[in-house]
Design a protein around this ligand. Sequence first.
Ligand code: CAO
Length: 435
Amino acid sequence: MADLKEVCITDIEEFDSVDVVSVLVADGDQVEKEQPLFTIESEKAMMDYPSPHAGVINKIAVKEGSQVKEGDLLAVIEVKSVDTTTGSSLEQEEEKTSKIKQLSLNKASEEKKVEKYIEKSLEAHQSQSAANQENTTGYASPSVHEYARELGVDLSHIEGSGRQQRITKEDVQDYVRKNVAAKSDGMLAIPTSKDVKPLDFSSFGETEAIELTKIQIITAKNMQSSWQNIPHVTHFEHADVTLLEQHRQQLSEELKSKEIKLTPLAFVVKALVSALKQFPQFNSSLDIAVEKLILKKYFHIGIAVDTPHGLLVPVLRDVDKKTTTQVAIELVEISNLARERKISAKQMTGGSMTISSLGALGGRAFTPIINPPEVAVLGVSKMIIRDTITESGVEQQKILPLSLSYDHRVINGADAARFCTYLKGVLEDIWKLIL
Ligand code: CAO
C-alpha cells in the first residue's frame, strides 16, 4: 500500500517568505528520509530542505526561483506504508519519531538556538573566508559543500553559474571534468630542478656550467610537456623531387637578380597547405575539456628556426593566399627576425601546423615533436641522391625524406599514410604545386 504525503515548508523563523533556489529532485525520484529535496534561501542563509519521508516523489509543487511562505506545499511523496512484521504503518512510526524529535527539539530550543546560531555564523564565516581567499563571489548550499568535500574539491576555485553566482552541483562536476581533462591533456607535472638531484660531474673530471637562455628553458619545458602528454607516432615518407628541383633551379636563376633565395622549403610549405586543405583534421586542435576537435579554416604554417639563443617557431600567415616566391621571401624575413630576436610572441602563435627542416644540415630522418596545440608536425631531412635503373639507363633521382609526427588521439595511422601519400604526390607533380 502507498500513501501520499504532503511536504510543506515549516520553521522559516522570522521571515515572511524564503526562496527556493534549487530543486534537487524530480518527479519519480526515489528519495531517502533526510535527503535534501530543495535548497532554500532566506535573507540570512542558504540551507537544504530535507525530506521528512522515504518514498517516491509524486509531485514537485515549486520551481527554482519560487517564493514560499510558512506552510506552503513543496512536494508530494508517495510513501510505502505497511510493515508486515508488526502490522503497524511505517509512516506512523516515522511520524511518531518525528513528533518525539520535535518535542525534544522544543524542550531544548534555547540550547539549539544557540547551537544553530554558532553553526550558521561558522558557515557564514567559512564561505566568507573562502570567498576572500580566492576572490570568488560564488557560494553554495550545504549539499553542494558536501558533494565537493566527497570529491575533494575546493569550492573557492569554482565560479558559480547559479542565481547570484551560486555554485551548483553541475559547476562542481564541470570543474572536476575540466581538471581531469587538463591533467590528462597537457598539465602533467613536469619535474623541476627541485625534483632532480644534481650530479656532481666534477668528480669525474673538469666541467663548466653554462646558463640556459630563457628561450632554451621555455623550449625544454614545452618539449617535455608535448612529449609526455601527446601520444606521438611518426610516419616516414620519401618524395621524388627530381622534377621539382629542376623547376626550382630554373626559378632560382630568374630570382637571383631580385636577390630572392628560393629553397626547397618554400615548395614544401605550399605542398603542406595543399595537403591540409585535403585533410582538415591535420589543421586542428584538440579541446579535450569540451570534448571537441577545433578545425581551423586558416592556413598558417609555423617554421622551426635554429637561432643562437635557441629554437623559435615564427608563423607564416595565410600561406594559401601567397605564391611560392612570396613564401620564399617571407621565410627569409621571419627567420632573420627570429635570429635577431626581433620576433614578437604574437608572430609565433596561431599555427595550423609546423615544419622543422634539417634539410640544409643532414640526417636521413628524425622524429619531430609536435608544437601544441597543433596536432602534427612535418620534419624535412636532407635530399638523397638515388641511382635508379630505367629503360634509358641509370638515372639520378632526388629524394626528399619526410617525417610526419602526429597526435594519435586525433589522427590514426591510416589518416597519416593518406596524408603523406597525398603530400608526396603534390611534391612529385609540380603542376599540382603550381596550380
Ligand atoms: N635538402 C638539401 N638541401 C636543402 C634542403 C634539403 N631538404 N633544404 C634546404 N637545403 C639547402 C638550401 O637549398 C640552401 O642551399 P644553398 O645554400 O645552396 O642555397 C641551404 O640548404 C641552406 O638553406 P637554409 O637553411 O638557409 O634555408 P631553408 O629555407 O632550407 O631553411 C630555416 C630555413 C629557417 C628552416 C633553417 O635555416 C633552419 O633554421 N633550420 C633548422 C630548423 C631546426 O632547428 N629544426 C629542428 C627543430 S627541433 O630541434
